[in-house]
Ligand binder design. Structure first.
Ligand code: RB5
Length: 148
């Protein structure tokens, strides 16, 4: 059974809960690192928790949520080895896997998406990395960690 790690701040408690249930319904073992209350936490701390857990291994991907998805995705992308997408819709979510092969996908709990975030998450899950020229570009992304 595939594992997913998920973390959120207080701006996305409800959407995170919906995702946890949906991922479990799809057969994933979900490690939800919180939070489950509206008490304020700092999204960089939640990004760090989830990314450190992901890097232990055995996770297919991770999901991060904050009010907009912006702060938590920026935070995740500062962590070595992490590529976190913040998709606008299902097409972007699909491409995040097909072309960018991201290991994290982020959402905003306070965002009014043009389509269901669950549908967007499914578009990501149901896609496969296409490799080839996209791997070359990903290698260049990752090289930016040490060459800039
Ligand atoms: C928290 O109030 C909010 O700033 C956070 O959830 C997120 O939207 C930041 O990018």
């Amino acid at each position: 059974m595939a594992n997913v790690v998920i973390a959120n701040d207080h701006g996305a408690v409800e959407l995170a809960g919906i995702f946890v249930k949906h991922l479990q319904d799809r057969g994933y073992t979900v490690n939800h690192l919180g939070v489950t209350t509206n008490d304020s936490v700092d999204y960089p701390d939640m990004a760090k928790l989830a990314c450190q857990e992901y890097k232990k291994g055995d996770y297919e991907f991770g999901v991060l949520l904050c009010g907009t998805g912006i702060g938590i995705s920026i935070s995740a992308n500062k962590i070595e080895g992490i590529r976190c997408a913040l998709p606008q819709n299902s097409f972007a979510a699909e491409m995040a896997r097909k072309h960018n092969n991201v290991n994290f996908i982020a959402f905003g709990g306070r965002i009014e998406y043009s389509e269901s975030p669950v549908k967007m998450l499914d578009a990501f899950i149901d896609s496969t990395f296409e490799g080839d020229r996209h791997q070359r570009r990903i290698d260049k992304i990752m090289a930016l960690e040490s060459h800039c």
